[in-house]
Design a protein around this ligand. Structure first.
Ligand code: AMP
Length: 133
């Protein structure tokens, strides 16, 4: 059985793609807590991040690093924060969240409501920086 994130990584379910390679995929969180809130996932289907094999886990973190640099270049922020929850979707993923203050990483606050064209523009802006910074 495929997880929703596997279907996103394979293109079966649409997403606002930021970047992808043979191991990993990055896309915008559909319920963002900040503009540029991005998820990075391994294509391999493993529920819990810390159950990933060493090679996939290290590839994922290196992929997250490139993605975070691209986010920082595209979205004004002080830093890119990292969170690992996995309480909703049983497919390992890392949240990358542009931060300007501690409050920006509050998962309980109301989610941002962005239009499809706003999502598209953010994904495109981050994607254009990916691998160049
Ligand atoms: P968690 O598993 O607790 O880390 O939360 C899963 C995250 O995935 C939430 O922030 C959701 O908004 C996000 N999410 C769930 N479905 C989708 C989807 N189809 N596209 C983008 N983000 C999603």
């Amino acid at each position: 059985m495929s997880t929703i994130f596997s279907k996103i990584a394979s293109g079966e379910i649409p997403s606002y793609k930021v970047a992808g390679d043979e191991c990993c995929y990055a896309f915008l969180d559909i319920n963002p807590i900040a503009k540029g809130h991005t998820l990075v996932i391994p294509r391999k289907e493993v529920d819990y991040l810390f159950d990933l094999d060493e090679k996939t886990l290290s590839n994922l973190w290196l992929f997250a690093q490139k993605t975070a640099k691209a986010i920082q270049a595209a979205v004004p922020c002080v830093r890119v924060g990292v969170a690992v929850l996995g309480l909703e979707v049983p497919h390992a993923h890392i949240h990358l969240i542009p931060l300007n203050s501690e409050a920006d990483v509050d998962f309980k606050k109301p989610k941002l409501e962005l239009t499809p064209s706003e999502f598209d523009a953010i994904a495109k802006a981050i994607g254009e920086k990916w691998g160049k910074v």
